[in-house]
Design a protein around this ligand. Structure first.
Ligand code: MCA
Ligand code: AMP
Length: 508
């Protein structure tokens, strides 16, 4: 049987004339309605275009786009045509994209028209075959080129192990690694989640997440597509617009920041969410306080789950049954999760509360990092478990809690930032001698990036000027929200920077 993920998703599509995706009206923009037939036909046209370009087997198509339904259709077209999709955060700037394009060597890049000039230059540098444009207003050279293509397309034959997408995830060394996800990885996860979260006829998903990461693309969109559920599609999260459309939705997924922002809206009430059956949170820790406040305002206990770019979803709180604040729930069916001690032994269910490293094995776990066989080998154990880099513990009900990370990672509003990468950008500034980057508590983003900087003798620059410089070269979510200038970094006797001390002083 064809294991192409598109074929699996399309089995769930609704009747051709029914609405699959609604983009609500905004300002003077009228509402847009895409039927299931539109989804099939428009993705077929783009898939036919890709096939007409005679790309090499395993070719990558990179997308650096503002969120739009057409960007989702491009993804579906890549699955259909059997080429590898490479989504990139639309906040990335030239230096960041230079690395991704150089590393993944895509044959096609699709970017927003506003960035065309500099992306085209990168395309030339890295010998990209074509650079197309696609805006969030249904314009651009990609749609023009696909316009006359047929609306029928035979889905490419794929095996479960064939590569479907590469998701770049930050690395401890400061350079991102491309996690290679197969049709089988994504297919197994979406079918598991369909039953675990009890997707049902008549569900309507309010989709307000970005679609260049696992959460918005593989968890939210896949869930709705395979279940034939309509999506109410917002190109950007805006708490007021979410409040406006919640009354017509039954499922919503978000990062904790989104729930914190919804709680700040006076309109959030039981009455508003009377049609809702499920709120899901993930990508970052949901504070028990947010969980409790949300329950008292809406009557809903948010279902928290845990995932990674390398593994898609790993665990989930129960749909029926217990949803425990501060935990990420039970391993999903077919997913083996274990916690190991430093000596390599595995915690038993009775070792409640003991902390160790979380490892995972299952059909959802990726095949490895793109062109990094040594790094891949390092991250797997001899018996095939992937080392998540997260630290966790079991409770008496077998629920997992994430209690920290043994990777130096900051999660800000659901986006991952590796301190090393930001330190290297700071250290590149001519006035900077050295720097140290840490995560500090932040009411809105959960954690925020903060930095301490030591200047070179006689050099002078303000924190504001440093922040402005970084903003012009890296994605805004990575730019420190706070920078302090110190005479020296606090170090221990071994000369190692004491990030705990720094965290405390930056918080103050
Ligand atoms: C925006 N900014 C941020 C963030 N987002 N800064 C730090 N952290 C962030 N997450 C910057 C903006 O560029 C802006 O900078 C300033 O902060 C204020 O922006 P604002 O308008 O408030 O932000 P926003 O555009 O409303 O975005 C906030 C957001 C967004 C909606 C929470 O960050 C978001 O969509 N997060 C979701 C990320 C996500 O999908 N993660 C899933 C990864 P300036 O003022 O300088 O312009 S997948 C994953 O983690 C795994 C697999 C899993 O388990 O799901
Ligand atoms: P990424 O692979 O870059 O998308 O990020 C994955 C990381 O996000 C995981 O290794 C966890 O550290 C974190 N994460 C995802 N979901 C949760 C959650 N529900 N609670 C705490 N951390 C989470």
């Amino acid at each position: 049987m064809n294991q192409n993920l598109y074929a699996l998703l399309a089995r769930g599509f609704g009747a051709p004339q029914e609405c699959a995706i609604e983009v609500p009206a905004q300002g003077d923009q009228p509402a847009l309605y895409y039927t299931w037939r539109d989804v099939e036909h428009a993705s077929a046209k783009i898939a036919n275009l890709l096939e007409s370009l005679k790309l090499r087997p395993g070719a990558r198509v990179a997308a650096h786009l503002d969120k739009s339904v057409e960007a989702l259709l491009l993804y579906l077209a890549c699955l259909r045509a059997g080429v590898v999709y490479l989504p990139l955060n639309n906040g990335y700037q030239a230096a960041e994209l230079d690395y991704f394009i150089g590393n993944a060597a895509p044959e096609i890049v699709v970017c927003s028209p506003a960035n065309h000039e500099w992306v085209k230059a990168l395309g030339k540098k890295h010998r990209v075959k074509r650079v197309y444009t696609l805006s969030d207003q249904r314009t651009g050279s990609l749609l023009k080129a696909a316009a006359l293509q047929p609306t029928r397309h035979k889905v490419a034959q794929k095996k479960a192990a064939d590569l479907a997408a590469i998701l770049y995830t930050s690395g401890t060394t400061g350079r991102s690694k491309g996690a290679m996800l197969s049709h089988g990885n994504l297919g197994s996860n979406v079918t598991t989640l369909q039953t675990t979260w009890r997707w049902r006829a008549g569900d309507v998903l309010l989709h307000a997440l970005p679609i260049f990461h696992v959460h918005g693309l593989f968890v939210a969109s896949h869930g709705a597509l395979i279940n034939g559920s309509k999506m109410i599609w917002l190109n950007k999260f805006d708490a007021k617009r979410v409040i406006e459309h919640l009354p017509r939705a039954s499922v919503m997924m978000g990062v904790p920041t989104m729930y914190v922002r919804l709680l700040d809206e006076p309109g959030l009430s039981r009455e508003l969410v009377r049609r809702m059956r499920l709120f899901i949170s993930g990508s970052a820790p949901l504070l028990p306080d947010t969980f409790q406040q949300f329950e008292s305002r809406t009557g809903h206990r948010i279902l928290e789950r845990y995932g990674m770019s390398e593994t898609v979803m790993l665990t989930s709180n129960a749909y029926e049954g217990h949803r425990a604040a501060g935990t990420v729930g039970l391993p999903l069916p077919q997913v083996e999760v274990r916690i190991t001690r430093d000596d390599g032994s595995t915690l038993k269910a009775s070792d409640v509360g003991e902390i160790g490293a979380i490892q995972v094995k299952g059909p959802n776990v990726f095949g490895g990092y793109w062109q990094m066989p040594e790094k891949t080998a390092e991250e797997f154990t001899g018996d095939g478990f992937f080392k998540t880099g997260d630290m966790g513990k079991w409770d008496a009900n077998g629920y997992l809690s994430i209690v920290g990370r043994n990777k130096d990672l900051i999660i800000s509003g659901g986006y991952n930032v590796y301190p090393k990468e930001i330190e290297s950008y700071l250290d590149d500034q001519p006035e900077v001698f050295e720097s140290a980057v840490v995560g500090i508590e932040h009411r809105d983003f959960g954690e925020a990036v903060a930095a301490a900087v030591v200047l070179k003798p006689k050099a002078s620059i303000t924190p504001q000027a440093l922040i402005a410089r970084l903003k012009s070269s890296i994605a805004a979510f990575k730019v420190p929200k706070k920078i302090v200038i110190l005479a020296e970094l606090p170090r221990n006797a071994m000369g190692k920077v004491q990030k705990n001390l720094l965290r405390d002083s930056l918080k103050a």
